[in-house]
Design a protein around this ligand. Structure first.
Ligand code: AMP
Ligand code: GLY
Length: 432
């Protein structure tokens, strides 16, 4: 089977790594890919905004499956255009991608189908939003409705901060994404990310992960796309998984079909586990980055036939096998990230790190220049490892990082701390 994978990040390198291990694979193309995918696939330049060009590439290269990694082409309707041209796609239609593309759409869906989430209201003007906030009090959460590259959410601890966030949104801080906002109840609990594969009718669990969004140790500093992650998330026990499937995922799949926009693709369920149980924070319509990297390290099953079944609408007979090992990834970012990462510095030692047992270094924002790997983005490498415990996976990942020579980069030193604390506490209980 020939496959076209769209995207250029660590998520796509991890997908390429897994897909390329399939005996069913013919040729793998990545558009545009990165120096990591180049070792596994043909990297090609394609204007993914030009759907006709992508369709023609697929026809000319006998592509049997297109896997769309990032959200932007999904919200832009690339999956619809390809399906209309008779090509099988992993990724939702434009209408189904509203689960990520419009926070207001998702909240309305939750209200209609009784899916647990924070109380909310949608607003198109600042005055109404402000009176609602004054009435509700802080803490409270302000969200730009549309895609804002992970930056459109303010968790306000004071009313003043909340009112400022409203003004910033309507003043255009997030462009078109902030023309409408959602004001939402603050949910208190532990966060977890949960993934499902969906074919429009059937949803199957695809594991859990926990990421670290803040840039500095101790979960401090600016919000980022994710500085590291581990899988599975300890809060996602078997019981909790069942509850999330019954209370959140299944009503969503039924609701979307009912609304005439069945969801086919990867559903990323952002959860807050509160005293009441699981509540939805947000959906994404694709794998998380760097969550995908840890999931791919733990998946034992061949991913390619699973994705093919998803695209064909045949998920009901699919079974997945997972390693019992834990996986953990540490993001190495360019100094200045997230505000102003410096590009162009040379990175060496990646190959040495990658050769360590149970370690895989995924490329995210790298480029090749004169035969050398250079930093070409904010999040640059994902140093990923597996182990019997999160602690063991963490030790292996940080040992691998020591072999990477990149003075212009930085990383967090405590990825996985919460899970490791739990592991230590459980061990002490056994000893005690
Ligand atoms: P998002 O961009 O939607 O992933 O939101 C960014 C982060 O804001 C989430 O990962 C949560 O930590 C936090 N957040 C979003 N909504 C809420 C909420 N209703 N209550 C508490 N925290 C929230
Ligand atoms: N790591 C969070 C995301 O992919 O949205």
């Amino acid at each position: 089977m020939n496959v076209l994978l769209i995207g250029s990040g660590g998520r796509e390198h991890a997908l390429a790594y897994k897909i390329s291990s399939s005996p069913l694979l013919g040729k793998l193309f990545c558009a545009p890919g990165n120096p990591g995918t180049l070792e596994l696939a043909d990297n090609i330049e394609l204007d993914v905004k030009n759907h006709k060009v992508v369709g023609e590439f697929c026809k000319n290269n006998a592509i049997q499956l297109v896997v769309i990694g990032p959200e932007a082409p999904l919200v832009d309707g690339l999956a619809d255009s390809l399906r209309n041209a008779g090509i099988l796609v992993v990724g939702p239609s434009k209408l189904a991608a509203r689960l990520e593309g419009s926070k207001g759409f998702t909240k309305d869906l939750c209200a209609k189908y009784n899916i647990p989430t924070g109380a909310y209201q949608r607003f198109k003007n600042a005055n109404d939003a402000k009176s609602y906030i004054e009435k509700k009090g802080a803490p409270i959460v302000i969200k730009a409705d549309g895609l804002a590259a992970g930056k459109g959410v303010t968790v306000a601890t004071t009313i003043k901060e909340a009112l400022e966030a409203v003004d910033a949104c309507f003043a255009g801080a997030f462009g078109k994404a902030g023309v409408e906002i959602v004001v939402e109840e603050f949910l208190d609990g532990e966060e977890a990310s949960f993934f499902c594969l969906c074919d429009g009718k059937t949803a199957i669990p695809f594991g859990s992960a926990q990421d670290h969004k803040r840039v500095s140790d101790g979960d401090k500093g600016a919000n980022t796309g994710g500085m590291g992650a581990y899988s599975p998330a300890p809060v996602m026990t078997e019981d909790m998984t069942k509850r999330v499937m019954n209370e959140i995922v299944e009503p969503t799949i039924r609701g979307m079909a009912d609304l005439g926009c069945p969801f086919s693709g990867v559903l990323f369920v952002g959860l807050m586990i509160t005293k009441k149980g699981p509540e939805l924070i947000e959906f994404n319509v694709r794998f998380g980055d760097p969550e995908c990297q840890v999931l791919m390290m733990r998946l034992k099953s061949d991913l390619l036939p699973v994705l093919y079944s998803l695209a064909k609408g045949n998920l009901e007979n699919v079974e997945l096998n997972w390693k019992t090992d834990k996986a953990l990834t540490v993001v190495m970012a360019a100094k200045g990230y997230p505000e102003a990462p410096q590009r162009g510095s040379i990175i060496s030692g990646i190959e040495k790190a990658d050769k360590l047992p149970d370690v895989k270094v995924f490329h995210a924002g790298t480029a090749l220049k004169d035969g050398k790997i250079i930093a070409n983005g904010g999040r640059v490498l994902n140093v990923t490892a597996t182990g019997k415990t999160v602690k063991e996976a963490q030790q292996k990942a940080y040992q691998a990082i020591k072999l990477i020579d990149w003075p212009e980069g930085f990383y967090r030193h405590d990825i996985g701390w919460r899970a490791i604390e739990r592991e230590e506490a459980a061990k002490n209980r056994l000893i005690g």
